[in-house]
Design a protein around this ligand. Structure first.
Ligand SMILES: Cc1cc2nc3c(=O)[nH]c(=O)nc-3n(C[C@H](O)[C@H](O)[C@H](O)COP(=O)(O)O)c2cc1C
Ligand SMILES: Nc1ncnc2c1ncn2[C@@H]1O[C@H](COP(=O)(O)OP(=O)(O)OP(=O)(O)O)[C@@H](O)[C@H]1O
Ligand SMILES: [Mg+2]
Length: 601
């Protein structure tokens, strides 16, 4: 205003401020000053005013000027001394306090609480904010700014005049990011004075080098419970094994899709333009499309139009526009050009059996299910390539499932399914397939019948299944259906009787449906000998080459006792031929038949 007075050389009294409207919109509130120009003078000062003080947008409609008014709209500007974190951080707080959305208020207060606890635990230099311009990290940006302000206020420190937001911001920039995301991220950095660390390598190595150069101990992330990467995380979760050590702080972990949009719209904060074009969750340009559920169908066949992201009614479909991460051949192991018939003919199908449970791993309980399950799988003619026992840990399960599902036709997994904190199996499977755990209404219905009134917690949380990849296998004899996620079948059995029932139902469903092929069962033949291992070793090695279709195994029950040789194949005659071939290489009577088959079924 003083510049205006000087430029126009209008006496001070000629300008009269007739109204000041400080609007409480989110962030740098535009301040309107309407000045009344008593004596109409030259308007040439107006362009000059723009040049000299461009952060302010100056409106002066000719009508108004004729009537002697000039409107000055004083807005936020990155280089303007009025920029900074105060009082805008408070504008968010005020917007939430003034709204009537009680759920949003609770979510907001919890998120603020988490940030404030983190700021109490770590110094400002020790925390960082991982920002990618997405809607969730946009929400987090504003929560961080508000919480920082509140935290400093509680500490009795003033943040007035701070031009930069002191929590360092990390952005992993990638050439496959949407340009809109990139420019929005940079715009936000400028608008809010974010101190950016731009990293152009992958997350893990980028963080490794960042943590070497900065004293960062905790990183704020906009991860939400529905995200695949949220599986197993809490509001404070140490980074995973194999990652550099830091605390992942997830203040909006419990926010739903609706909560995110309620916040953005209530606080009227800016968000990336892609969300107005039907994108509901944004990955890379290679794997993200607008959400088809927001498509406005048009009969003319012209370009498709999409409604904005905040109109998506069911947040569970948030990631519908994101492509899944696995290849079709892994998705359907039978679709890699080899037909079921071919595979069956050659009896080449392999399965892995995975047990999940600390109690099994540490030997606290005897794992009878594993033995029984391996025999069952073998009895349908499948070969077992691997069996493993895992800790109750989502990352361990995810890693193993990912490895086994891609190298085997089927994976059978048991243990660790249920509502306990230690039940990591379904979360691990979800993570292995790159999907999130989401409440499943159908499964919830079964649980409702089963648990009924005994349920104290949120049944919805118990009924969370890997989203978009789960098939429930119903059988009238089963109180709860079996869970199949592509080529991974989950048994919920906790003892042999339950496993027997689940297995029998599965086989019945397989016979009637097309879950997986049932193959010609293996047949075994066993010989025993008192010859030493050194004596028989060369002949056995040769035999393996002569009978590649037969699995020839050799073991002993005690160091000094006889050796047992097993022949396992789909054809009894071939087993016999191999056994005869071995016997012929030694003195008659060196080997005798032994019947062990009763143990095998
Ligand atoms: C700051 C930061 C920390 C991360 N920490 C971990 C971690 O501790 N463990 C992990 O498995 N992934 C970690 N990630 C990777 C994410 O879980 C996830 O893979 C990544 O955000 C890519 O997700 P998208 O494929 O859905 O885009 C981290 C990512 C970021 C940005
Ligand atoms: N490239 C990245 N740079 C910095 N942080 C990232 C990056 N990608 C992911 N993050 C962190 O992980 C969180 C979750 O990522 P996600 O892809 O779900 O983005 P978002 O912000 O949630 O947006 P949306 O779900 O709409 O894609 C982000 O909020 C952010 O904290
Ligand atoms: Mg997200």
């Amino acid at each position: 205003i003083s510049i205006l007075r000087n430029k126009t050389k209008t006496p001070k009294q000629n300008f009269q401020s007739i109204s000041t409207d400080k609007q409480s919109v989110a962030f740098k509130p535009p301040v309107f000053e309407i000045l009344h120009l008593n004596k109409r003078g030259s308007l040439s000062f107006l362009p000059l005013l723009f040049v000299f003080h461009f952060p302010f947008s100056i409106g002066a409609s000719s009508v108004l000027i004729k009537r002697g008014f000039i409107i000055l709209k004083l807005c936020k500007c990155p280089i303007c001394p009025y920029s900074g974190i105060s009082p805008e951080g408070m504008e968010i707080d005020k917007a939430i306090r003034d709204c009537d959305d009680r759920r949003l208020k609770t979510k907001y207060n919890n998120a603020i609480y988490v940030v404030k606890r983190a700021l109490a635990l770590y110094s400002t230099e020790e925390v960082a904010f991982s920002f990618n311009g997405g809607k969730d990290s946009t929400v987090l940006l504003h929560i961080l700014r508000a919480a920082f302000f509140l935290h400093k206020e509680e500490e009795g420190c003033s943040v007035d005049g701070l031009k930069e937001f002191p929590i360092r911001t990390i952005y992993f920039e990638s050439s496959s990011a949407f340009p809109e995301i990139n420019s929005f991220t940079y715009d936000m950095a400028t608008n809010y004075g974010l101190l950016m660390d731009i990293i152009r390598t992958d997350f893990k190595s980028g963080l490794e080098s960042l943590l070497k150069s900065r004293p960062i101990r905790a990183i704020f992330l906009g991860v939400r419970i529905g995200d695949p990467t949220a599986v197993g995380q809490e509001q404070f979760s140490p980074s995973s094994p194999g990652w550099p050590p830091f605390m992942r702080v997830n203040p909006i972990l419990d926010w739903s899709y609706r909560d995110v949009w309620a916040f953005i719209l209530t606080c009227k904060v800016q968000y990336c333009s892609l969300y107005d074009q039907g994108y509901t969750s944004i990955g890379s340009i290679h794997d993200t499309l607008p959400n088809a559920l927001l498509c406005i169908s048009n009969s003319t066949g012209s370009e498709e139009k999409f409604r904005p992201a905040y109109l998506l009614s069911d947040g569970r479909s948030e990631r519908a526009g994101r492509a899944k991460r696995f290849s079709p051949s892994v998705l359907n192991p039978m679709s890699n050009g080899t037909s079921n018939v071919d595979l069956q003919k050659h009896g080449m199908l392999t399965a892995s059996v995975i047990a999940v449970g600390d109690e099994i791993l540490f030997g606290t309980v005897e794992d009878q299910l594993g033995l029984s399950l391996r025999r069952k799988v073998h009895s349908i003619g499948w070969s077992i390539s691997h069996t493993s026992i895992l800790r109750n840990d989502i990352d361990s399960v995810a890693e193993e499932v990912e490895l086994r599902r891609s190298s085997n036709e089927m994976v059978f997994i048991y243990g660790g399914v249920g509502p306990l904190f230690s039940d990591a199996t379904l979360g691990g499977i979800a993570k292995a397939f790159g999907v999130r755990l989401a409440p499943d209404e159908e499964f919830e219905e079964y649980l409702r019948h089963l648990i009924g009134e005994h349920c104290t917690g949120d049944r919805n949380e118990m009924a969370q299944l890997p989203e978009g990849i789960t098939e429930l296998l119903h059988h009238e004899k089963l109180p709860v259906p079996l869970i199949k996620c592509h080529n991974v079948i989950v048994f919920t059995a906790t003892n042999i009787v339950e496993l027997d029932l689940q297995w029998d139902c599965l086989i019945e469903l397989t016979r009637t449906g097309d879950l997986f092929p049932l193959l010609e069962p293996y047949k075994s033949k066993h010989l025993t000998t008192k010859l030493s291992d050194v004596e028989i070793a060369p002949s056995l090695a040769k035999l393996c080459l002569e009978f590649p279709d037969i699995h020839i195994g050799c073991y002993r029950e005690s160091r000094s006792g006889p050796i047992i040789i097993s022949f396992k194949g789909k054809n009894e005659e071939r087993n016999q031929l191999a056994a005869d071939a071995l016997s012929k290489k030694f003195q008659p009577g060196a080997f005798s038949d032994i019947n062990l088959n009763s143990q095998e079924t």
